[in-house]
Design a protein around this ligand. Sequence first.
Ligand SMILES: [Zn+2]
Length: 238
Amino acid sequence: MLAGHAEKLPGYAVVDSSLDSSLSAAIIPVTPFQQNCTLLWCSETMRGAVVDPGGDLDRIQTAITAHKVTLEKILITHGHIDHAGGAAELAEITGVPIEGPQKEDAFWIDQLATQGAEFGFAGARVFTPDRWLEGGDKVRFGNVEMDVIFCPGHTPGHVVFFDPIARIAVVGDVLFQGSIGRTDFPRGDHAALINSIRNGLWPLGDDVTFVPGHGAPSTFGDERRDNPYVGDSVIGED
Ligand SMILES: [Zn+2]
């Protein structure tokens, strides 16, 4: 859908334009952690959502304007500052609601202001989401409906957003190309993370392209084959 425009417009596209999907996406790396804030929108209505506006709101707003998207909501995968630090300010500026993460991440969101001061994130603020999410919920913008997958482990309230038609998942810090999320933070749980990936993500299909919280997109199939932490050769296929 964005083929040929990627160099002119902010962010880069990940959606396979051969699929009969109305989802478009542009990735906008933000913050000193180069977190993949993702602008998702419905190409039929041009209404969209920003996933994980950790900071650098000027860059996010430039992308929204350049792609001519009307913002409908903010979606949060988990409460870490590089993912959620800019959510309160963006919600205030745009007047749209914040949905997610799952409520077990409230203790992370409550620390956003203090962590913002510590890590130099100007404007990071505490917020209460307009809607906490649970596995099995749906989130909607325009004519797009995405499934919410509960994937605890990196944080206890981490969620993933999956479009079964576009075959795209936005997975935050659950899974990366060649790696998995850290579990050495408070309430991190390595066994829970492995379970989330095996039983929450793999069943969605090997063909699914995922946008990780950092670094390049990949597919679940590629990670099942090659990932040294959760590949089938490491943890078995059963
Ligand atoms: Zn994180």
